[in-house]
Design a protein around this ligand. Structure first.
Ligand code: CXF
Ligand code: ZN
Length: 378
């Protein structure tokens, strides 16, 4: 009944940087060609929502509907949509997957060139918004998803149809953060069984890297954090050793890890977003074959200092990835299957749940470092 017509529903609008989201009625336009309109079942809060909510300078856009880690059902489809139908359960992903370009057709890349990933506040194809508030003011999109609304319009290049038997409150985790960490271990690094891994930063992303490394059969997983309390939590994600980077005395973290591992970790993952930590990670991955993967997002313009001699003489690899290097349309269903087969553990990431009306509590919990993932039920 609603197909082809605007929908009036409830959304949480970020009106000003860092101020509580305001729950308001919004109008969601019907999907255009190549797009679908989704009913969001639940979202979970990813730290990128906080980052862009706090942002005062460009690329900050207000008013805006944030949210990008979610699970939904197709309410209606625009023209030229054959991949999904009304009623299908989907996981939206901020990374596009057009399935046709040189990158999407290659198993070696997840960086779509037809819809290059950028942080813009619009829909891909017409650079316009599908949201207005009740006064007719345009509301900006976020990461092509904007899930803090009962209904949202998403381009089909950003949706993945999934097995409807996965519970929404687990499926939504695979929409961003957990997939990013698990993918970095499974795909970007391709962690070998029996290896030693060092994870810098034990937030949800670092813990997802640990979970991915555990899945790959890593023998030793060294967690690095400034907060000692993280170790107890991290043990549940496969972390076997802990280094407090604040209490290394006159040694650097990399020196401590080089000594602990007798020459370096086979794989290092930077999950904080600090150039200096990338250097530390690279310094303690093993010569000859060590691989360092950057997942953390540092401030724009932050540079790495790396000696070309060190690169030449050690043969180490330094790389980075978005969304763990996963190809959304094929790899998200693979992770769903591994969850349903009881290999990939997702339950332990969920520390809190709130109703949509209490969404600001979810923001407080994550800002204060009290939650890993908080489910926000529509
Ligand atoms: C991030 C990835 C890097 C750019 C900003 C958004 N994605 C999701 O949290
Ligand atoms: Zn995210």
């Amino acid at each position: 009944k609603t197909a082809g017509k605007p929908i009036r529903c409830r959304a949480a609008i970020a009106r000003k940087a860092g101020e509580p989201l305001s729950l308001e009625e919004v109008i969601v336009a019907p999907p255009e060609s190549g797009e679908v309109r989704l009913r969001i079942i639940c979202s979970s809060l990813c730290y990128s929502d906080i980052t862009f909510w706090k942002l005062k300078d460009p690329p900050a856009y207000f008013p805006r509907i944030l949210g990008h880690e979610c699970f939904g059902v197709v309410e209606s489809v625009g023209e030229n949509v054959s991949e999904v139908a009304v009623g299908d359960t989907v996981i939206p992903v901020f990374m596009p997957d057009c399935g046709e370009c040189g990158d999407c057709t290659s198993s070696k890349s997840n960086l779509c060139s037809n819809f290059p990933f950028q942080v813009v506040p619009w829909m891909h194809r017409d650079q316009k918004s599908r949201f207005t508030d009740i006064n007719g003011e345009t509301l900006h999109h976020f990461l092509f998803i904007s899930s803090f609304s009962e209904y949202t319009v998403v381009d089909t290049v950003h949706i993945v149809k999934v097995d409807p038997t996965i519970p929404p409150e687990r499926g939504c985790l695979l929409s961003c953060g957990v997939s990013t960490g698990v993918g970095a271990a499974l795909k970007t690094a391709n962690v070998e069984a029996g290896s030693t891994v060092a994870v810098f930063g034990l937030g949800a992303i670092g813990l997802a890297v640990s979970e991915g490394s555990r899945l790959c059969g890593a023998k030793r997983i060294i967690g690095v954090d400034v907060n000692e309390d993280k170790y107890e939590i991290a043990k549940g994600f496969g972390v076997t050793d802990f280094v407090n980077s604040r209490t290394c005395g006159d040694k650097s973290v990399s020196q401590v890890i080089l000594e602990m591992t007798n020459g370096g970790a086979d794989y290092c993952f930077e999950c904080v977003g600090m150039a200096s930590l990338v250097q530390e990670a690279f310094a303690c991955c093993r010569k000859g074959w060590g691989k360092t993967v950057v997942l953390g997002v540092d401030k724009p313009g932050s540079n790495l200092t790396l000696s070309s001699g060190e690169l030449l003489q050690t043969g180490k690899t330094l790389t980075g990835c978005l969304f763990g290097g996963l190809k959304p349309k094929s790899d998200v269903p693979m992770l769903v299957k591994r969850y349903l087969d009881k290999e990939l553990e997702l339950d332990k990431f969920v520390t809190h749940e709130v109703n949509f009306g209490d969404i600001n509590k979810a923001f407080d919990l994550l800002t204060e470092g009290k939650s890993l993932r908080c489910i926000i039920w529509m």
